[in-house]
Design a protein around this ligand. Structure first.
Ligand code: KG4
Ligand code: ZN
Length: 346
């Protein structure tokens, strides 16, 4: 597989990318809808799908133009089939199906979360994926928070996941409560940087076994963020809104500490399996405090930390093409027969 055209439209970004040999990004075009959703304080599915329809052709053509390749050079078309918003997924997935048929190129259905995990291999100087098996992977974004053990090609096993909100969602909701705007992750990150004393008075949530009963997952490797959001809400109700910018920053910092600490504790535990590499992808992996704590943890455990470059942390199509080039996903006729799957698990 030499040149893969990737397409991504699972949430509020329309993206296309051309990737050579799985690692060399010839182009990566992302049309972000943040400005469209901001007035609503979150992603509105109807607005998202309409915008995908409006821009998908131009985004794909843009990626082809920027890469300087012709249609005849495309060896495979890879697109996100799930998980995500059904009406958003449909746009990119249908475009990919149509293109693959037209070009006579194989189609690959890629899982969005596996895409995030593979984004670390797009970093210059990253090791070859085959050299770091088995590794632990953390996907942490606005829609997903989960840990995996990647045992070999096409063998990723879920270790734990969130039972309610994703980490990014928790930050976005807190930001809304604090009147800081959308998306909340970057704003809270910025505010928290102004607070030197990184402490946290929010309670830590440990999951009871009943919360994940029947899933086969270890509750100590699962996440829950809804209690934290409720704690913040209660605090605002009893203490009132923060009196000034300093008090607001203090609260944002404490909340971020709680989210980051929840993630770090699970990752620490997941690494007890003895894996030597940790791969972290997703929008929340942009968080500076999370990066700091991950670096500390990996140094202490003598684990190699693989992070995605900032431009490949959020949703993009290069990571989708990359995962396909590594042979992940569902291919060919089987893929052509598939519909989108909004709840597709790795
Ligand atoms: O990966 P992504 O673009 O989309 C999903 O697949 O969800 O992630 C978006 C999420 C949002 O919740 C946003 O608040 C969060 O990533 N995010 C951050 C930062 N930048 C984006 N969270 C914490 N710190 C950041 N610097
Ligand atoms: Zn994502």
């Amino acid at each position: 597989m030499r040149i893969v055209l990737g397409i991504e439209s699972s949430c509020d970004e329309t993206a296309a990318a051309v990737v050579r040999d799985g690692r060399e990004v010839l182009s990566s075009v992302v049309d972000s809808q943040i400005a469209l959703h901001r007035p609503h304080g979150g992603v509105v599915p109807e607005i998202a799908s309409r915008r995908h329809v409006e821009v998908v052709d131009e985004v794909i053509l843009g990626a082809m133009r920027e890469a300087g390749v012709g249609w005849g050079d495309i060896d495979a078309v890879a697109a996100t089939r799930g998980p995500g918003l059904a009406s958003s997924l449909l746009v990119g997935w249908s475009a990919a199906k149509g293109l693959a048929r037209r070009l006579g190129a194989p189609l690959c259905a890629v899982n969005h979360v596996l895409g995030h995990i593979h984004s670390v291999f797009l970093t210059a100087g990253a090791p070859e994926r085959e050299a770091v098996f088995p590794f632990v992977a953390l996907a942490v974004s606005g829609g997903h928070t989960a840990l995996y053990r990647c045992e070999g090609p096409r063998r990723a096993r879920m270790l734990g996941r969130t039972v309610d909100d994703a980490a990014g969602e928790a930050l976005d909701k807190a930001s809304k409560l604090l009147g800081l705007g959308y998306p909340g992750g970057p704003v809270i990150d910025r505010l928290a940087k102004t607070v030197a004393d990184k402490h946290c008075t929010f309670p830590h949530t440990n999951l009871r076994p009943e919360a994940v009963e029947g899933s086969g997952l270890d509750p100590a490797l699962c996440f829950s963020f809804s209690g934290l959001k409720t704690s913040l809400l209660r605090r605002l109700q009893t203490e009132g809104a923060p009196a000034d910018d300093a008090a607001r920053a203090e609260l944002a910092s404490e909340y971020q500490e709680a989210v980051v600490d929840t993630v770090i504790r699970r990752v620490d535990r997941a690494l007890r399996g003895g894996e030597r590499t940790l791969a972290v992808g997703g929008g929340v992996s942009l968080n500076s405090r999370l990066r700091e704590r991950l670096a500390e943890l990996c140094a202490r455990r003598r684990v190699r930390l693989l992070l995605a470059e900032p431009r490949y942390c959020g949703d993009n199509a290069a990571m989708i093409a990359c995962a396909a080039a590594y042979g992940e996903g569902i291919w060919g006729e089987e893929a052509l027969a598939l519909d989108v799957d909004p709840t597709w698990e790795v």
